[in-house]
Design a protein around this ligand. Structure first.
Ligand code: PAF
Length: 286
């Protein structure tokens, strides 16, 4: 596996592959890789001839109150994991390469609608940072396919919408969330949790599952379902950020006749903010 930091070397390699008629699948990451990321690479390997991963801790998607400097940096370990899976190329640009004029002078991409609400409630400019960097990485890597985790469901819908709105010739594949045996979604942030906290954190998924079951059983009293889920979270020691029953396509709050839901949830455990979601497609069940 080649690791490339410079744009010119990246473009050169991509050009060679494209000229040979090879397809490219892309897995963008911020590093500190875990089983969730590796499952994206595994998926990417099944859908294209070459797999490119990137590791770039994107300053544009961090708010002023979030500590960019303490974000875990584990490059050697990440490289080993990617190499073992047969990744063909790892792109590791620096902030100076991605944002040579600095963040304030940088053009940006903003995706209306799906970027609003949910995670944007506590992280207002987060999705502008995500869509901008992903657009830029897509322009550099020029993938045919890109793989993203369904755990960050709002991010996945932001990227799908950007690709559709801007007519980017890229297929976006959402890959299902990888979980601990307890149900806790695999996340870089789990590294900040003690064993005791992990036991509390599993209640987030349990509360999503319980709401899922109620929706499948025909309960449409969203207000009560949300209240009950938030109470469960609070009683377990989590601080709910949001718990929203949404229409899966546009992430708007679900209408009473909705049949394709995604339940989006975020909760704090101490200073760690955990997110998770569950999809409910009623028509697929009948
Ligand atoms: O999900 C992530 O790790 C990041 O948001 C992404 C998509 C790599 C953009 O920086």
């Amino acid at each position: 596996m080649k690791t490339i930091t410079e744009i010119s070397a990246l473009r050169q390699q991509i050009k060679i592959w494209k000229q040979s008629g090879l397809t490219v699948a892309f897995v963008p990451t911020m590093g500190n890789l875990h089983q969730g990321h590796f499952s994206l690479v595994e998926k990417a390997k099944t859908v294209a001839d070459k797999v490119v991963a990137s590791i770039f801790i994107n300053p544009m998607q961090f708010s002023a109150n979030e500590d960019l400097d303490s974000y875990p940096r584990t490059l050697d370990q990440d490289q080993q994991g990617l190499k073992a899976l047969g990744t063909d190329l790892l792109f590791t640009p620096t902030p100076g390469i991605i944002y040579p004029k600095g963040l304030d002078a940088q053009s940006f991409v903003e995706v209306p609608g799906v970027s609003e609400g949910h995670c944007a409630g506590t992280r207002p400019d987060h999705f502008r940072g995500v869509s901008t960097v992903v657009c830029k990485l897509f322009n550099l890597v020029q993938p045919d396919i890109a793989c993203f985790g369904e755990k960050d469901f709002q991010q996945l819908q932001v990227i799908r919408t950007m690709v559709e709105d801007l007519s980017m010739p890229i297929e976006i594949i959402g890959v299902s969330t990888k979980r601990e045996d307890s149900g806790l979604a695999k996340s870089s942030r789990n590294g900040y949790l003690t064993a005791e906290q992990k036991d509390i954190a599993k209640v987030l998924y349990a509360s999503l599952q319980r709401t899922h079951k109620a929706l499948v059983a025909g309960d449409r009293d969203y207000t009560s379902l949300i209240k009950s889920a938030k109470n469960t979270l609070s009683e377990a020691g989590l601080k709910p950020d949001y718990f929203n029953i949404c229409n899966k396509a546009d992430l708007k709050i679900a209408a009473p006749d909705c049949n394709s839901f995604v339940i989006l949830a975020a909760a704090f455990l101490g200073s760690v903010r955990l997110i998770d979601n569950i999809q409910v497609d009623i028509n697929d069940l009948v």
